[in-house]
Write a protein that binds this ligand. Structure first.
Ligand code: HEC
Length: 374
């Protein structure tokens, strides 16, 4: 039996006023189509056969957004297949995108949808770029393995007893990261700090930091990624006032992440922080493990987690370990704006402070402005 689907045509007809090719396709035919055929039949009129979105002006004249360029390497590879599946099945708004991207509902089977996605993915050589499936939720201390295009504000509030006074130490790190080449990322960090007690109230900048990393291994099928990186800080802070380390510090590190099913993300990093001027302190081994629970189905929602942070002085027996229970809240349907907060609790090797809160506000600036995607 052949069932024609004028529904699809109805759906598209207002969008294609010029479309006179009254193409009627029946379900039986659709069922036999592979990803490429589906793309060329149902998607190419808006996205272009080559995926670049170069389509006639009259088609997109009433659109609120232009079609994306699927041949843009970073864009194509950073979008997880699961998110594209949702957009194709339920339409653009499910991920905070335009409703011009229609919902195809049950027109295709799940296998067909994933096959269309592979066709779109084939516009870029996927093996060259780390895959978006491995862009796990950012931790506070564990360094992220995925290469990012992000801006963050990272506040830390510490209340401690020092030199006979209660001191509140507020630090805000301005952080910017961007990618280059296939698998590299650079980042810059500038801390602004305030120290306040009954005898002082000083604000200043801390040590300016630069970082570079390279994601040398990734496999989105078994959800794992490994990255090596290097950071160095310059003594731009006024050490006498309590800001910065007073020397260049070199920090090589390695970081990795692994998804356990769809619900748990594990991340870990190991670094060595080595002051160049040895009189300013011994090198330290800093390690961390983070786990995050993926509770929401979509991108927006609450993601609880916990981190373990260890700091081992390599020139003495000093070794401190703390736990950081935390909560990450993604605010938008694209997940590109988020806040996270945690409390650091020392559990071994002494209590260097009475309490400490860590936080960040994150903006994936390539996924849209701060007012889009809500
Ligand atoms: C009526 C025009 C139209 C049709 C038909 C259409 N798309 Fe789209 N699509 C768009 C527009 C416009 C966007 C951009 C939405 C935005 O950025 O807000 C989009 C976005 C997308 C995205 C999301 C990219 C992202 O930002 O993560 C994917 C994936 C996609 N389309 C796949 C498809 C597939 C597969 C088909 C065919 C089965 C299809 N589209 C058919 C117009 C269309």
């Amino acid at each position: 039996m052949k069932i024609v689907i004028p529904l699809l045509l109805l759906l598209f007809s207002p969008l294609f006023p010029q479309d006179t090719t009254e193409q009627v396709i029946d379900f039986e035919t659709i069922k036999t189509m592979n990803g490429r055929q589906i793309y060329e039949t149902f998607c190419a009129k808006c996205h272009g056969i080559d995926g670049k979105g170069n389509i006639p002006e009259e088609i997109k004249q009433n659109w609120d957004v232009p079609p994306p360029d699927f041949t843009d390497e970073y864009f194509n590879t950073r979008e997880p297949r699961k998110d594209w599946y949702a957009v194709i099945k339920y339409g653009g708004p499910v991920r905070g995108l335009s409703q011009t991207m229609p919902a195809f509902g049950d027109v295709f089977t799940d296998e067909q949808i994933y096959d269309v996605i592979e066709h779109i993915k084939s516009f870029v050589d996927q093996k060259k770029y780390p895959q978006g499936e491995l862009n796990f939720i950012r931790a506070h201390y564990v360094t992220k393995a995925y290469v990012e295009q992000e801006a963050l504000l990272i506040p830390t509030y510490t209340y401690k007893f020092e030199n006979g006074h209660n001191v509140s130490d507020t630090k805000v790190l301005l952080y910017y990261a961007n990618r280059f080449a296939t698998r590299f990322q650079y980042e810059v960090k500038l801390p602004v700090q305030n120290l306040k007690s009954s005898v002082q109230n000083t604000t200043g900048i801390g040590d300016f930091e630069l970082g570079l990393k390279y994601a040398f291994y990734d496999n989105y099928k078994n959800l794992s990624i490994l990255t090596a990186g290097f950071e160095f800080s310059l003594p731009t802070g006024n050490e006498a006032k309590g800001f910065g380390k007073g020397t260049v510090v070199l920090t090589p590190y390695i970081t990795g992440a692994k998804g356990i099913g769809e619900k748990i993300e594990l991340q870990g990093s190991v670094k060595i922080e080595a002051p160049v001027n040895k009189s300013k302190g011994n090198p330290e081994l800093i390690y961390g493990i983070s786990s995050t629970l993926i509770l929401p189905e979509g991108k927006r929602g609450i993601f609880p987690g916990i981190e373990l942070l260890g700091m081992k002085n390599l020139g003495s027996s000093e070794h401190m370990i703390s736990l950081v229970p935390k909560i990450y809240i993604a605010l938008t349907k694209r997940g590109h704006l988020a806040i996270s907060i945690g409390r650091e609790i020392p559990i071994y090797g002494g209590t260097p402070f009475k309490y400490r809160y860590v936080g960040f506000i994150l903006w994936d600036y390539v996924d849209g402005g701060i007012f889009s995607g809500w």
